[in-house]
Design a binder for this molecule. Structure first.
Ligand SMILES: [Zn+2]
Length: 452
């Protein structure tokens, strides 16, 4: 097995301070040495190795995007300037017009976009299995959560049966692969699209099968009004469909607790409309949070209480959400948006560049329960890392590497993405898929929308 030493001007292990002239050594899928270049070379002096020199680059762990919907990549820049409920209705209508092979092209294209921007791990929720295909084809690591829907209590059994069939199919598909970096989870979509009976059934199933569970929760005021008061636009829409709406007189997080969803414990996507009591429930349950600052701002849903979440040491990391409400899958921009959105509200929050780099990497791994495998450049962990080239006008001068990365880097600066020791992306070229052919197909499918 060949040993490769990757050498860069700056190395950011994340679980230790940055190193100038640092190196990481890789054998197979694992990291076998990390440190100053001279020390790593000395440590490996008795064995053959090859070197890859990344001049004017920072080398750091691969980025972890804890909330995506890659099957929706064709909806970038298509559903702008709509309110939340109209956006959802338009999304459902448009998505219904695509075939599974078309959604798969969208997901592969989206996975390539993520890889090019230095994202090595994603947590994706989707209604089709297209993202699973995208992750496997391109070689991303992560969790694909199959969504389930059904606001009518009478549908719960049918929705659960379909979900179980889908999960079994995906697991059989993964079992045939020589190795896999992808796990399957489940996602009861949201309180306005899932009945209490279905929540309980899916929570029970996830616990029994030890499946990860993710849920869109506490995202909008309309969702809170539906659960607490049985009022608002979601309540009206459900009643129009003949579905009974009963006020629960509690927060949506308490509602999850009452329906045993917090027992799993889940990944809570958004968590904007939460108070101190809700956060205490989340903390006690051991749940984690996907913070999506750009998407929350895009809809005007407000600002998640990030400072309180972090003070309580609830695992929290950044998610881009779909490009239908972002409109990019670029975690550098997401981190910068988090910084400015929270500081605009309260300068004292003072998110540091170091904190944000940790959110992009190690905290993301913790949120997904993968911190023993990824998230830092640590001996024994999987070799998931990226190189960011920092020689453009907007990067210089570099006084502090962490500040430069958070305030000035973009996905376009990533020049190398390595997953499980394999350099899958290097200087514009993806090795696992013909992404130029995918791009052509992707644009052809998008053209159909313009012709409607
Ligand atoms: Zn989402």
């Amino acid at each position: 097995m060949t040993t490769t030493i990757y050498i860069a001007d700056y190395l950011l292990p994340i679980d230790a301070p940055p190193i100038v002239n640092g190196a990481v050594a890789v054998r197979g899928t694992q990291i076998i040495a990390v440190g100053e270049t001279a020390a790593v070379r000395a440590q490996l002096a008795s064995q053959p190795y090859q070197t890859v020199t990344l001049a004017r680059c920072a080398l750091l762990p691969g980025l972890v995007n804890v909330h995506t919907h890659l099957e929706l990549t064709l909806l970038r820049n298509y559903l702008n300037n709509l309110n939340f409920t109209d956006w959802i209705a338009q999304l459902i209508k448009t998505r219904a017009g695509w075939t599974i092979p078309e959604l798969e092209i969208a997901a592969i294209y989206g996975a390539c976009e993520a890889l090019r921007a230095g994202i090595t791990t994603i947590a994706d929720t989707g209604s089709s299995g297209a993202t699973l295909t995208g992750m496997i084809t391109v070689g991303l690591r992560g969790i694909f959560y199959q969504e389930t829907f059904g606001s009518d209590t009478r549908q719960a059994g049918k929705s659960l049966a379909l979900l179980q069939t889908q999960v079994a199919d995906y697991q059989a598909q993964l079992a045939k692969l020589p190795s896999t970096r992808v796990q399957v989870g489940v996602s009861p979509h949201a309180p306005y699209s899932v009945s209490a009976a279905l929540f309980q059934a899916v929570a029970h199933y996830a616990q029994q099968e030890q499946l990860p569970l993710a849920i869109h929760i506490a995202e909008s005021m309309a969702e809170t009004a539906l659960i607490r008061d049985g009022k608002g636009v979601f309540a009206e829409q459900l009643r129009q469909r003949g579905i009974e709406v009963i006020p629960q007189n509690c927060s949506v997080i308490q509602y999850l607790a009452d329906n045993r969803v917090l027992n799993v414990p889940p990944l809570l996507i958004h968590s904007v409309q939460v108070d101190d009591y809700d956060l205490a429930l989340i903390k006690a349950a051991g749940a984690s949070i996907a913070h999506c600052p750009k998407s929350n701002a895009w809809f005007g849903h407000g600002r998640a209480p990030l400072e309180k979440i972090q003070d309580l040491a609830i695992p929290v990391a950044l998610g881009s959400d779909s490009v239908a409400s972002n409109n990019l899958c670029d975690l550098w921009e997401e981190a910068r948006s988090a910084l400015f959105i929270h500081q605009a509200a309260n300068r004292k929050i003072g998110l540091t560049a170091r904190q944000l780099l940790q959110m992009l990497t190690l905290d993301g791994a913790k949120v997904l329960g993968l911190a023993t495998q990824i998230g830092s450049l640590t001996v024994g962990k999987q070799a998931d890392f990226i190189a960011v080239r920092l020689d453009d006008a907007r990067h210089l001068p570099i006084y502090d590497i962490e500040t430069t990365l958070i305030y000035c880097a973009s996905g376009q600066d990533v020049c190398l993405t390595v997953i499980a020791g394999q350099p899958i992306y290097r200087d514009g070229v993806i090795s696992t898929v013909n992404d130029q052919a995918i791009k052509t197909e992707f644009q052809a499918i998008a053209q159909k929308l313009l012709q409607q």
